[in-house]
Design a binder for this molecule. Structure first.
Ligand SMILES: Nc1ncnc2c1ncn2[C@@H]1O[C@H](COP(=O)(O)OP(=O)(O)O)[C@@H](O)[C@H]1O
Ligand SMILES: O=C(CO)[C@@H](O)[C@H](O)COP(=O)(O)O
Length: 461
């Protein structure tokens, strides 16, 4: 039996799975936490990766490894390969002003959608480079090359600075439609063109570790999840991790001038239209903290309240929001009355509010012509029974839930096996059984959320 390993170096932690390269059967797993915060020293990701690999039994019997990583993070390297400053992550919103500048300078959102398939907001790497040039000119001057979190870890393993089309498509300076970098946009942002990772073909190896383990190209976490689930056109994935994402695999590229849908590339040569919210699983973390309960009790409370929480509506912009682009917004609770001022109603409103943000994202995808024959629900918050049972009410359609698993890491392992086999398409591993959750739609809930979502305060200055 040949074993491969896959990694999910995500916002909150690093997860590793070791699997059979032919069947995908999981043999071992490991995990290690990441530091909190929206800027992180990449050395912390490397330390967590080493711990998670050790927890997964090491790589001595593994033939290939792939790295899936949180998208967009700006990793700046000096000429001698030192990290110039902590990486700004996808959920850092300090470059929101820089994003507005760049959008205006290129000629508006439509120009960016045409150039790179997406309209940059603070999450995108290109806006972080502009912020660096304006606010940390010395660090900008020392930046010889810029890469992404998964590129950094792959580089540390192989000595090669490479990337893949999936993660490159989230930078704001690589075009999914053309398959090329846009050095003009790098120069617009930073004032000069730094070195960028060499782009690898989907199954092209990045190199080998010192001990000889083959390392695949790696990719962004959502692209890896699509691989891990084996989704096809017609499938839509709702991922409820630190970020909330709604995405699908498409045969052609997308360019949404509204900026709601990011026109990313996937890890196989196709495309990955995606909507991302800053707020997802941590909305439920916050609600549990407010109520002084754990996730199981929060779920029980939420299910004990009626759909719509008797008019209590929670707007989940706890970290600002990316879609809609409200980087300075805060969360809000509306419709509070004596009869709905209960822990159960607040728990229900938190689940419904979080899901409504993703339901808006699903509608944005549909407006771009994406087919949603099936909606799959994954991510940490999908472990919640309340989330699984309430999601069909909010989405107005059934949701299919695979067994709790690390589908980003499994997708990275699929890519590792693909790099070993060098076949034209990735290996088709046996997919887990899906549990269907159905419920009566409750349109008034979405109408109530639409009434509430614009009535929020900006963060306290
Ligand atoms: N049973 C649960 N109910 C609700 N949230 C949960 C549950 N289990 C884990 N979570 C939350 O899921 C999040 C981690 O999900 P994960 O997909 O691993 O995030 P990421 O990949 O972004 O690091 C954490 O915020 C955690 O609190
Ligand atoms: O920014 C995006 C997608 O555009 C996020 O999906 C990040 O890739 C973070 O992912 P998680 O840590 O939430 O898995």
């Amino acid at each position: 039996m040949t074993l491969v390993a896959g990694v999910d170096s995500s916002t909150q932690s690093c997860k590793v799975v070791v699997a059979d390269a032919e069947t995908g059967e999981i043999a071992r797993v490991g995990q290690a936490p990441h530091p909190d915060g929206t800027e992180v020293d990449p050395a912390a990701w490397q330390a967590a990766l080493e711990k998670a690999i050790a927890a997964a039994g090491g790589l001595d019997d593994v033939a290939a490894l792939g790295i899936g990583g949180q998208q967009h993070g700006m990793v700046c390297l000096s000429a001698d390969g030192e990290v110039v400053r902590p990486a700004l992550l996808w959920n850092d919103t300090r470059s929101a002003g820089a994003a507005d500048e760049l959008v205006a300078e290129l000629g508006g959102p439509g120009a960016w959608a045409e150039a790179v398939g997406s309209v940059p907001v603070a999450s995108f790497t290109v806006t972080k480079l502009r912020w660096l040039a304006r606010h940390e000119p010395e660090a900008a001057a020392r930046t010889a090359s810029v890469c992404l979190p998964h590129d950094y870890l792959t580089w540390k393993l192989t000595g090669e600075l490479t990337t893949d089309r999936g993660d490159a498509s989230g930078t704001g300076y690589w075009s999914p439609a053309d398959g090329e970098y846009r050095p003009d946009l790098l120069e617009l942002a930073l004032g000069r063109v730094p070195a960028v990772p060499r782009l690898l073909a989907p199954a092209e190896p990045a190199g080998r570790t010192a001990s000889g383990v083959l390392v695949s190209a790696g990719t962004g976490d959502n692209m890896a999840a699509a691989l891990g689930l084996g989704i096809r056109p017609g499938d839509v994935v709702v991922s409820l991790g630190t970020s909330g994402t709604v995405f699908a695999v498409a045969e052609s590229s997308c360019a949404d001038p509204s900026g709601e849908v990011a026109g990313f590339a996937d890890a196989t040569g196709r495309f990955l239209p995606l909507v991302c919210t800053l707020n997802a699983a941590r909305v439920l973390d916050a609600a549990a903290r407010l109520l002084g309960v754990g996730h199981e009790e929060l779920s029980r409370l939420a299910l004990s309240a009626p759909p719509g929480a008797d008019g209590l509506a929670l707007v989940p912009y706890l970290e600002g929001e990316r879609t809609p682009n409200r980087p300075d917004a805060t969360g809000a609770v509306h419709g509070l009355r004596l009869d709905n001022a209960t822990p159960a109603h607040l728990a229900r409103a938190a689940v419904e509010g979080m899901l409504c943000g993703l339901a808006d994202g699903l509608e944005s995808l549909l407006r771009q012509g994406v087919r949603a024959d099936r909606v799959l629900l994954i991510g940490g918050a999908a472990r919640s029974d309340a989330v699984r049972r309430i999601a069909p009410t909010v989405f107005g359609r059934p949701v299919l839930v695979p067994p709790a698993g690390e589908y980003v890491a499994e997708g990275a392992a699929v890519q590792a096996a693909w790099s070993l086999s060098e076949t034209s398409e990735p290996p088709c591993w046996e997919r887990p059984g899906l549990t269907t959750y159905e419920a009566d739609p409750y349109p008034a809930l979405r109408e109530r959320y639409a009434e509430a979502r614009d009535h929020v305060l900006n963060r306290w200055v």
